[in-house]
Design a protein around this ligand. Structure first.
Ligand code: CO
Length: 479
């Protein structure tokens, strides 16, 4: 292993911002997590021939070294041997010099459930909290294609670890202000007519490191707490009709079966409109870390409210004032008052290519691309600037353009080799336009200042600076 430069990338010192110790520690931990992942990548690059080019891939290059070994056995009928050191989700196989001269792997020898290529190594990385039970991971958005996040790369947020639940024993109790309280098994729930919808889920803490100044290096670090899946399940309204909600009911408590017994209060209007009880994700059972066997889906609401491992719904005439809606997930604004129940994830967009830590090999044509989303509905337009906001141009949007889902945008760009400042901004179908970070701080107060300022709901415009040598860096606040 090549020795790594211990110092690594440098991050801004935020001690001058009068941050409370816990917020400063949180941001420092985020910096550390990203730094570790970047330095591991750097070490891999240093020991391979693949440093140049737009998408240097040490995994692909290093693994081609096995070709010689494979060729030695190519003439015979020896089975290829799976190696242990493949990236997560992959299996390591020998690589033949010429794949047309040797039989390939045996059909269904994977046991009937496939794995990704050994040359693909994108993974979530974890925020280094004190314990691994209460932590979160970020989706690698820079490598994303289209609008769907692979289930295994969907960001996570856990407060008491990932429970192991046998669906045969799992039930959902619905009670409180209703005529007929009921307890449903998973089999019961699957008998109701189902629906499938594509929606993003975004943690309201997505971007919390970026309120004050450009901070994390990569789009995975600055924006990786959002992911989009196709979700399948039962409209919650179906179940509410079944139990007979009583007049005066206004809120529902949703409770998870994890060790944290995560609870949030949900307005009953949301429950009646588009809320779902989901058991499917991207065409198969929902992943354990996403709430297996049952999750509450509240399209457009902050991620914390989409209660995973859902076991209980209690109907009431008032909110329940749980920990997660009093001491956490509230927003202290400029005048010292706190906003509570700030559910909506407003319109937001980000350029994912080019983005931080990439290097453009030279002047010429590039396709700028990224994603835009809004908790209020469809994205109507996305604009892109390459001159730091002096001029904006409409990007083309790739279909399908679905409500409350990531929407892929593209913009052709001829780079002349001069320093450039790239950013995107979007407008949703309600007419809401993505603001600048400065505009957000002006209204809410600066995040993390010792007095006031939210760490949640940063949906401001994100910028990336392209230097003359092609290196791309975080330029938040510059547009
Ligand atoms: Co909120």
């Amino acid at each position: 292993m090549t020795k790594v430069d211990d110092t690594g990338p440098s991050y801004p010192d935020l001690s001058g911002f009068d941050l409370p110790a816990d917020k400063l520690a949180q941001i420092k931990a985020m910096q550390e997590a990203e730094k570790r992942s970047l330095m591991a990548r750097k070490a891999e690059l240093e020991e391979c021939e693949c440093r140049e080019g737009m998408f240097p891939n040490p995994i692909a290059s290093r693994r081609s070294l096995f070709a010689g070994a494979a060729a030695a056995v190519a003439a015979g009928a020896l089975p290829v041997i799976a190696r242990a050191d493949a990236p997560p989700g992959a299996i390591e196989f020998d690589v033949p010099d010429d794949s047309t001269k040797v039989q390939g792997r045996l059909t269904n020898d994977d046991g009937g459930y496939g794995s990704r290529s050994q040359f693909e190594d994108e993974v979530r990385w974890r925020f280094p909290t004190a314990t691994k039970e209460s932590s979160w991971t970020m989706t690698p958005l820079a490598a994303g294609m289209g609008i769907i996040t692979p289930s295994g790369l969907h960001f996570e947020r856990h407060h008491g670890g990932i429970p192991t639940i046998n669906p045969a024993n799992h039930t959902l109790t619905v009670h409180g202000m209703c005529k007929t309280p009921k307890k449903y098994t998973m089999a019961d729930l699957k008998r109701f007519p189902s629906e499938s919808r594509v929606h993003f889920i975004e943690c309201s803490g997505n971007g919390l490191t970026e309120f004050l100044k450009p901070n994390l290096k990569t789009v995975q670090g600055t924006h990786g707490l959002t992911s989009t899946s196709e979700w399948t399940g039962v409209p919650l309204s179906t179940i509410l009709a079944e139990v007979g909600v009583e007049p005066g009911a206004a809120w529902i408590l949703a409770e998870g079966a994890d060790a944290a017994v995560m609870t949030r209060s949900v307005p009953i209007d949301k429950a009646w409109s588009d809320a779902m009880l989901v058991y499917g994700q991207n065409g198969e059972a929902i992943r354990p870390e996403q709430g297996y066997p049952l999750r509450l889906l509240l399209p457009g609401f902050e991620g914390n409210t989409h209660i995973k491992w859902l076991r209980r719904l209690e109907i009431s005439d008032k909110p329940f004032m749980t920990r997660e809606e009093t001491s956490k997930y509230t927003d202290v604004v400029k005048d010292g008052k706190a906003r509570q129940f700030t559910f909506m994830m407003e319109a937001k967009s980000v350029v994912t290519f080019p983005s931080g830590e990439m290097k453009l090999p030279g002047p010429g044509f590039y396709e700028i691309t990224g994603i835009a989303w809004s908790g209020r509905g469809r994205i109507k337009d996305v604009e892109v600037t390459t001159d730091g906001g002096k001029t904006w141009h409409y990007a083309s949007m790739q279909g399908p353009i679905l409500p409350i889902a990531h929407t892929r945008f593209r913009f052709p760009w001829m780079w002349d080799g001069n320093p450039a400042l790239i950013a995107s901004r979007c407008i949703d179908e309600t007419g809401y336009m993505q603001p600048t970070i400065a505009q957000i701080n002006e209204v809410r107060g600066v995040n993390g200042s010792a007095k006031y300022g939210s760490i949640y709901h940063l949906n401001g415009i994100m910028a990336w600076a392209v230097a003359a040598d092609g290196t791309v860096t975080n330029a938040a606040h510059q547009v």
